[in-house]
Design a protein around this ligand. Sequence first.
Ligand code: MN
Ligand code: MN
Length: 425
Amino acid sequence: MSDEQHEQQHKAAEPKGSPVSRRAFVNAAALAGLGLAGAQASAQTRAESKRGRTGNSASDPGEENKPLLAENPDSNDPPFTDHGDVGAIWFSFDLVKKRLQGGGWTRQVTERELPTSKELAGVNMRLTAGSFRELHWHTADEWAYMITGDARVSCLQPDGKMFLDDVKAGDLWYFPAGLPHSIQGIGSDGCEFLLVFDEGDFSEDANFLLWYCLAHTPPEVVRKNMGWSEAEFDQLPSSELYIFEAPLPKSLEEDKQAIGGFLETENRYTFHLSGMPPAKTTAGGTVHIVDSTNFPVARNVAMGLVRIKPNGLRELHWHPSGSEWQFYLEGKGRMTVFKPGSRARTQDYNANDVGFVPTMAGHYIENTGTGDLVYLELFKTAKFQDVALNDWIARMPPEMAQAHLKLSAAAIAKVPQKKNEVLPA
Ligand code: MN
Ligand code: MN
């Protein structure tokens, strides 16, 4: 636990009648000149928090890990509005080990690395041109976003029909649990992609691989099942392949012709997001939404792809449908997550980082970089949904808003009168 977290927990646990707390209370009340007990208690916290940022209080004479501090200034020196412990809301793919093999690599950020994320887990994978992720299936649904390059994917349905397609940067795929599938890097340099699974403790190292099925079946049963002799059984790979190099495939059309009448053409397991217009465009950026309404096979994972212009803001909101798992694709930003009990935590995010928002928790995302900030919002749900704080204030009778916010009608009317998703600077 960091000193800052420790200090915040200590403050939260401090009894209200303790001498330190009473003294601070009196000071704060005198400084702020407030009349209400609730407002004084709140002012005390703020005054104390602000004092920690003046004079010599924030100095740090010991050694520092400066590159890490530069990555996350808002955690090192949190805004005075932060308070208490909201749990883990950040991890990075660049902090986990890669499993490197001829043909590519894989690495994962799951519940083991980010213990708060129980609903979704992520895997980042690279396949060079021609290389395969060994044929497999698993207990979780698999949602994917192509980060760069080209891939050929296939998926077998229980009715014996085979789906086959090529995807490029920005495209998605979705393989429901139990359906066996393939991924092969194609084009001039293969691909890199993000996989998201609807099980927090998912592991890419523990799937049903084609090899396991054959390696652990007695050869006489393999002969009955496949017709392969014991000599042919002995030629099968002696260990799992996982990721391996292979020649580039034939053209998509030729491979489809080879499948013939068994080619699946009704259910689409890929989604060509590249080139699709945004669901929402505002002065501050764009939002693409892909969920079961426009990608019917994606029954358990919904996506928002958010692009925020420099200094723009993904407005204060929350999601009534579960926790949010984020992947930062581009740029630099910061997020504050608000939880009940007056708890708030601000954290910075860079490309390749994973963000997490507990279910229903309020949050905003601000672009703090010089270019666009682009990230994915993912939910274990059939439909993307969010509730915006501005929308709530704008829709309630003005007197209701004034009674709660203690602001003039003119100030209340400044709040944007429609849902924006992304606000300009
Ligand atoms: Mn898979
Ligand atoms: Mn959100």
